[in-house]
Design a protein around this ligand. Structure first.
Ligand code: HEM
Length: 455
């Protein structure tokens, strides 16, 4: 195959390196072959995995009709958590149908309804920073993003059920990021219910408890829906009325599976991206000063003004470029022979659009390792050069929502607190579940500011 490097190292070593230190792994391959390389992965009959990072290749991959790929091979690990009908596990028409049902609540006008709740939650979760003086960001950011999903997506109101599900989910999601527990999902033979004390048995019982609470919430929402309550603005209520082309809507199991998928894909990703952004801003005093000056001149209560700020947008885009929380787009296995930038790939080959390396291309970004928000003010990048949310038929459903949410959280925190990194040692990117987050506690000293609120 032209231009394709065939690395013949041990598949076991390659796979372990990819899991343990994916950034160094990708950087190493990228140095040898900038645009594409093939990696052997673990498993006797495992197909080769081909990474692509040039805009030409990524645009071709995203244009190939989804029927030519099998996506389920890479996503099956999510099945026990997300459920059989999750959008992530669907292919072809049933995948398209779910995207049509799920996308509208996450876009356009709808967003306006969510701004106030996002600001209230951020203020509430961070209210003890004043007394604490030193705070650890990874402790607080996931709490903010989890509360946002529970209230805006699920429509939970504060109360006993809300607290119960929040505690259960926090524990479960924390466990999922631990290597020993998460390995259960990769090795189906380990998925044995040997009673409540066995790891899998314990997982099943906790899942059952969480599902009981979610189904109770769905039942309440259906009742509200019948009462036609216009005050209900949550995404679950919108999904109850969403109809596909045949006029059918989702049943309770389908709804449960989508809600859990949105939760699992939308909470850690957003918290991790925020952690990177806060870290980068506070390592670059000039960026911080410019951002503070932009924020000081506006009405901080108005979400529509905040989310349109050009420098805030550029800072966030640059943070997502330098540290994309997902290093790769959804892996896809060729079902038939396909061609990508003149390379013929045989059926069975796994194709990966590599987000991280696309963002590191010297040809696209000058000084790609530097944090330079200005590049997003001066230039427009194509969706094949800049893709923190992936793209095409599998692109992130929550991208507009996540951008909106993150801008409001950053603006809220920066206008209320002066933060300063406690430790000047650079942090490293480390794996946490499916995301790559900054290492360590990311401690910051927090002092309150005097808020100037221009009308
Ligand atoms: C900064 C935050 C986020 C980042 C960086 C991110 C990134 C991604 C990426 C890279 C993909 C795979 C795209 C592809 O294969 O082309 C994805 C898929 C997805 N994301 Fe996000 N995401 C974020 C937040 C969210 C939020 C808030 C939600 C919803 C509440 C969400 C829901 C989804 C769903 C449902 C998919 C699967 C789409 C499908 O299979 O059709 N994400 N996300």
């Amino acid at each position: 195959m032209k231009n394709l490097l065939d690395f013949r190292g041990s598949a076991l070593i390659q796979t372990l390196q990819l899991i343990a230190d994916p950034i160094s792994f990708l950087d190493r391959y990228h140095q040898i072959s900038e645009d594409t390389f093939t990696v052997p992965v673990l498993g006797i009959n495992s197909p080769p995995v081909v990474f692509f990072s040039s805009p030409e290749a990524i645009s071709e991959i995203l244009a190939i009709p989804s029927e030519k790929f099998d996506f389920a091979r890479a996503t099956h690990v999510f099945r026990p958590l997300m459920g059989d009908s999750s959008i992530v596990l669907q292919e072809g028409q049933s995948h398209q149908r779910l995207r049509q049902l799920l996308l509208p609540p996450f876009h356009g006008e709808r967003m306006r309804h969510y701004g106030e709740t996002i600001q209230e939650i951020t203020t509430k979760v961070t209210q003890d920073w004043q007394e604490k003086k030193v705070i650890s960001l990874p402790q607080y950011l996931p709490e903010i993003t989890l509360e946002i999903i529970l209230q805006i997506v699920f429509g939970f109101s504060l109360g006993e059920r809300y607290q119960q599900i929040k505690n259960l989910l926090t524990e479960l999601l924390e466990d999922v990021t631990k290597p020993l527990f998460s390995s259960l999902f990769f090795f189906p033979p380990l998925q044995q219910d040997l009673g409540a004390w066995s790891p899998w048995g314990n997982f099943l019982r906790r899942r059952e408890e969480i599902d009981r609470l979610i189904y109770a919430e769905i039942a309440d929402r259906r009742q509200d829906f019948q009462l036609d309550r216009p005050d209900r603005k949550d995404i679950l209520t919108l999904l109850l009325s969403a109809k596909d082309e045949t006029g059918a809507s989702m049943d309770d199991t389908e709804l449960r599976d989508q809600l859990v998928s949105l939760l699992l894909l939308g909470y850690e990703t957003t918290a991790g991206s925020l952690a990177w952004t806060f870290y980068l801003i506070h390592c670059h005093p000039l960026v911080l000063a410019k951002l503070q000056s932009e924020l000081s001149g506006i009405n901080q209560q108005n979400p529509e003004i905040i989310t349109q700020l050009p420098y805030l947008n550029a800072v966030l885009q640059e943070a997502l470029r330098l540290h994309p929380i997902a290093l790769i787009g959804t892996p896809r296995m060729a079902k038939e022979q396909i061609k990508i930038i003149e390379q013929t790939l045989e059926p069975g080959v796994i194709v990966i659009p590599c987000i991280y390396l696309a963002h590191q291309r010297q040809a696209t970004y000058s000084q790609p390792r530097e944090f330079q928000p200005e590049r997003f003010l001066n230039q427009k990048y194509s969706p094949y050069e800049y893709l923190p949310f992936g793209g095409g038929a599998r692109g992130c459903i929550g991208s507009a929502f996540a951008m909106y949410e993150m801008k409001l959280i950053i603006a809220n925190i920066l206008t209320r607190f002066h933060l300063k990194l406690v430790d000047s040692k650079p942090v490293k990117p480390v794996r946490r579940g499916i995301t790559i987050v900054p290492s360590g506690k990311l401690e910051m000293s927090a002092a309150t500011t005097t808020v100037t609120n221009n009308p």
